[in-house]
Design a protein around this ligand. Structure first.
Ligand SMILES: Cc1ncc(COP(=O)(O)O)c(C=O)c1O
Length: 339
């Protein structure tokens, strides 16, 4: 297959059955491998859609500037789209970002401003406020605002959701994925729920995020906010792209369990997926009692593990965090899977 540019390769990612890591789960489990996008994450889909919508609405013109606050993946995808379309790309990120991700953004030509991680979202130093401010100061700049931009969720409503429906031949009964802006899970799930009103939607949340409590009580509680390690899971604000009515429940997972699961996915499935993919598998483990053999579960594996080689996939980092399990399965322990 031949493409005119890299952007044409976005989407149509594979759905791959998980075997060894779910042998104790009474359901058929698939992973939607968003790392197959050219920018190695689901965010390629929204970057292209949000920028092209802004172009169509006259909010972004040739020679313009794209600005956003992003923990990394959206920034990389925006930088990729900007490189092809000739826009300047300015990104604000929190100091939690891994060095790998930071270098990747710069390699893609983005200008990056590092903002403190431990400030309130409405603090002028926060990465949200800085992005807003930068976009106001630069003529012709467009603030992407992925948390509140409906084109984020729409990108997944138009592509990821229909792909999952088609790939499972309409059999999908559960969808599980991290919610951060909410676009990936809620956009996909909105389409799937329209096809199957019985679809169960489970959002993975982190300890240190406000989302689960907000879903259960309607209270935005700043006491829920504290630093955590998983990237792309949970939030310290309430993004408009999280559709709380669509989501059946939020499940919190720990940094350690999610890291250990990400490593297990690599060793047992041969898939080097990101930290939040480990979180999705951990979430599945925590709700497995609710599943039956008839269920078809889709886990969103949002990005690629190569983005975490100095974190989750570094033994030294795991040991520093106190996350390293005493034993991890060696290749010799692998059960044989019929192929
Ligand atoms: C690695 C990773 N996983 C999951 C997500 C969650 O996606 P969304 O922002 O669409 O909720 C993100 C987004 O920040 C991410 O970067």
């Amino acid at each position: 297959m031949v493409f005119d540019n890299i952007l044409e390769t976005i989407g149509k990612t594979p759905l791959v059955r998980l075997n060894n890591v779910v042998s104790h789960i009474p359901a058929t489990v698939y992973a939607k491998l968003e790392a197959f996008n050219p920018g190695l994450s689901a965010k390629d889909r929204i970057a292209l859609h949000m920028i092209e919508r802004a172009e169509r609405m006259g909010k972004l013109r040739p020679g313009g500037t794209v600005v956003d606050a992003t923990s990394g993946n959206t920034g990389f995808s925006l930088a990729m789209v900007c490189a092809i379309k000739g826009y300047r790309c300015i990104l604000t990120v929190t100091s939690k970002i891994s060095e790998d991700k930071l270098n990747n953004l710069r390699a893609m030509g983005a200008e990056v401003e590092l903002c403190p991680q431990d400030v309130q979202p409405d603090d002028p130093r926060s990465y949200y406020r800085r992005a807003e401010q930068i976009a106001k100061e630069i003529p012709g700049a467009y603030y992407i605002n992925q948390n509140f931009n409906p084109d984020n969720g729409e990108a997944h409503y138009l592509s990821t959701g229909p792909e999952i429906w088609e790939q499972t031949a309409g059999r999908v009964s559960w969808i599980i994925g991290s919610a951060s802006t909410g676009g990936t899970l809620c956009g996909s799930a909105r389409y799937l729920r329209e096809q199957n009103p019985g679809l169960k939607v489970v959002a993975v949340d982190a300890y240190g995020s406000v989302l689960k409590k907000y879903h259960e009580t309607g209270v935005y509680d700043i006491n829920e906010i504290y630093p955590y390690r998983i990237e792309g899971t949970g939030k310290n604000i309430i993004p408009a792209n999280v559709d709380f009515e669509l989501i059946d429940r939020f499940v919190k997972v720990t940094d350690q369990d999610s890291a250990v699961k990400a490593r297990l996915i690599a060793r047992r499935e041969g898939i080097l997926a990101g930290y939040s993919s480990g979180a999705a598998l951990q979430c599945l483990d925590q709700i497995k009692g609710e599943l039956t053999e008839k269920d078809v579960v889709v886990l969103i594996f949002a990005d690629h593990g190569c983005k975490y080689v100095s974190k989750v996939f570094s033994d030294a980092w795991m040991q520093t965090q106190g996350f390293m399990p005493e034993t991890e399965p060696a290749l010799a322990d692998l059960p044989q899977v019929a192929v």
